[in-house]
Design a binder for this molecule. Structure first.
Ligand code: PLP
Length: 414
């Protein structure tokens, strides 16, 4: 098959239940659609192997095999080793558990730097450690472009800093923050980093070893899979963390110690369906036979990014041409600068009203603070419940859908 230069969107959209495409869907930052391959894996697990895994009878062995496959493929997706990955209930849950697991390493008056740009998931659990005498230092944002300023971080870091918690991409602003540079800076004072990759992972490929991060989190329901969260932790730091599961799991059992929820069997098995989906698109677009799922994901995401940049440009040209609109995040469509998650406020119409009016044209967008309430407050948006309007795209969105969004917003905003 010839190498295709553009994503074959009709092919990609065939991988999903048809009914999704009736609406122009721009709430992907809330949760992405799930392809047939994932639905098939979860259904077949529950139909064919719904027993406890790991015992010596065929159904049980099959169940374990399916779960192990899901876990292994997602480990490859992240670019980590298998025992560095915990697959559990959600990102909020994983950060909470992580904070509890690390706190014995720190003493009273030690400091944790928390970016105001965070979703509450990577903020609240660290702030709770104030109960144990730790100090929280805010890393503020300084303008509507919502960039993380490294000079500001540099001034906040000192020998008491134990950890810096920040997002790879904010679920409101959409900018891609410089994870390797921030990590290097934090490491210069021996602080750890905990990076929230939830709003990044649906758009750009992961490579945790290359970035040298200590902890990296994302969830699968924004990456075309089930409602589960993934925690990557560097092995040597996970070894020092205090186990949070049952007492009989040893401290060197990294696969279990960070998941007091226990595994959700059918969901873990269904993660192999994300790989099935990516591999179907890969085989459709590339001639080469790349054996590693990590490498295939890198190639594929580069293609996703190209489509997203086209969608971003179209939307940004429109939204920045309007008076009375305050856009948060970068105005640049460059795929290395931002992902296609756009939030704005109108000086005239409430955010909730805009989202509701656009829905009349079968265009799905959202409004609110998106659990980044501290960020919305720091932007000076007083009614945090009404918050901002968010339009968020994924690789499967088409330029025609962006046109529909623009026509609808144009009707409502002008
Ligand atoms: C950037 C970001 N971080 C964290 C979360 C929380 O994820 P979870 O639902 O897995 O706890 C979200 C959810 O919207 C998010 O957008």
């Amino acid at each position: 098959m010839p190498h295709r230069t553009e994503l074959d969107l009709p092919f990609i959209r065939e991988q999903y239940p048809k009914n999704h495409w009736d609406w122009a869907f721009f709430e992907n930052a809330g949760g992405a659609f799930v392809p047939h391959s994932v639905i098939h894996r979860i259904t077949s697990y529950m139909t064919e192997t719904q027993v406890q895994p790991g015992y010596p009878y065929p159904e049980s062995a099959d169940a374990a095999e399916r779960m192990n496959l899901g876990h292994r493929l997602m480990t490859e997706f992240v670019g980590a080793d298998i025992d560095e990955i915990t697959i559990s209930a959600s990102t909020s849950f994983n950060v909470y558990v992580l904070a509890q697991a690390l706190r014995h390493l720190w003493k009273k008056d030690d400091e944790i730097i928390v970016a105001t740009l965070n979703h509450e998931a990577n903020s609240g659990p660290w702030r709770r450690l104030q109960e144990f005498g730790l100090k929280i230092i805010e890393w503020p944002i300084e303008s509507d472009t919502a960039e993380l300023n490294l000079d500001t971080l540099d001034k906040l870091l000192n020998e008491k800093t134990q950890l810096v918690a920040f997002p790879h991409v904010s679920n409101v602003a959409g900018n891609v923050n410089d994870v390797p540079a921030i990590t290097k800076l934090a490491h210069s004072v021996d602080a750890l980093v905990c990076v929230d990759g939830v709003a990044y992972a649906p758009h750009r490929a992961l490579s945790v070893k290359e970035w040298d991060v200590d902890f990296y989190l994302f969830n699968f329901y924004k990456v075309f899979g089930p409602h589960m969260g993934c925690l990557y932790g560097k092995r040597e730091i996970l070894q020092k963390a205090k186990g949070q599961y049952h007492y009989f799991f040893e401290e060197d059992d990294l696969l279990h110690k960070m998941n007091p929820a226990g595994p959700n069997h059918e969901s873990i098995a269904s993660l192999a369906g994300i790989a099935d989906y990516f591999d179907a698109i890969y085989a459709h677009h590339f001639d080469k036979n790349e054996p590693s799922f990590f490498a295939r994901s890198q190639d594929l995401y580069a293609k996703f990014a190209e489509n997203e940049q086209v969608l971003s440009k179209k939307f940004l040209d429109f939204i920045t041409s309007l008076d009375d609109i305050r856009l948060i995040g970068s105005h640049e469509s460059d795929k290395d600068i931002r992902v296609p998650t756009f939030s704005f406020v109108s000086k005239k119409i409430s955010s909730e009203e805009i989202a509701r009016a656009v829905a009349e044209d079968k265009v799905a967008i959202s409004s609110g603070h998106f659990y980044a309430k501290r960020l919305v407050e720091s932007l000076g948006i007083e009614d945090t419940k009404d918050g901002l309007v968010r339009c968020s795209m994924a690789h499967y969105n088409t330029i025609d859908e962006v046109d529909r969004l623009i026509r609808s917003l144009d009707r409502v905003l002008r």
